[in-house]
Ligand binder design. Sequence first.
Ligand SMILES: O=C(NCCCCCn1ccc2cnccc21)c1cc(-c2ccc(F)cc2)cc(O)c1O
Ligand SMILES: [Mg+2]
Length: 214
Amino acid sequence: TRSTRPQRMLKAVQKNATKGNPESVISAIDYFCKHSEWAMNVGDEKGSILDSVVTEVNPSTVLELGTYCGYSTVRIARLLSPGTKFITLEFNPANVTVARQIIAHAGIQDKVTVVEGSSGDLIPQMKERFGITTFDFIFLDHWKDRYLPDIKLFEECGLLRKGSVLLADNVICPGAPEYLEYVRNSPRYESRYYPAHLEYTKVEDGLEKSVFLG
Ligand SMILES: O=C(NCCCCCn1ccc2cnccc21)c1cc(-c2ccc(F)cc2)cc(O)c1O
Ligand SMILES: [Mg+2]
């Protein structure tokens, strides 16, 4: 039967990227998406903004919602200090399988735990299952209509501390209007928009960075 796009992306990484070299994995995926098939990785333009925020925060605990094929997972993991606790959550088991192989090709498999499940189920389990008290950095890149319920879940579960940084992809395209309205109007967050474009296109998109004020 016909392969899937994530499987074709994995083949391109295995063929074109150097094992153990995260930068070459990132480049191989960007090349695949620009020249072969578009895919919903955060991409190089928004990825550079992601890099700068991760570097600035220098987090000890990280959560990514929406692993997909592991592109942003590799981008984040390559910047983390040794001993950082990094969890990435993916709903689709076929994507988990591809992501684990792309992460292994990059050589950063020891820096991240890939968990299969949905945010609504897993967020309340973070403390008991992974020994997390609070997250320093959260990257939201999953179902756009889950951004708002999940940020409220983080608050309810006591997973944010003064200074926790949330970075949300796709706040313009596909869009997360209710989430934007919440973080931009809540006195508990300091929010800033980083304009960019939808990955590998000229369509307007951007990232919203929100700092929890406690
Ligand atoms: O839909 C997007 N991502 C989410 C994919 C599904 C996530 C499922 N999932 C993973 C973890 C998890 C945990 N809990 C619940 C569910 C969970 C997305 C879409 C576009 C896009 C597509 C077409 C178009 F024409 C324009 C833009 C661009 C992006 O950058 C995106 O990120
Ligand atoms: Mg995205």
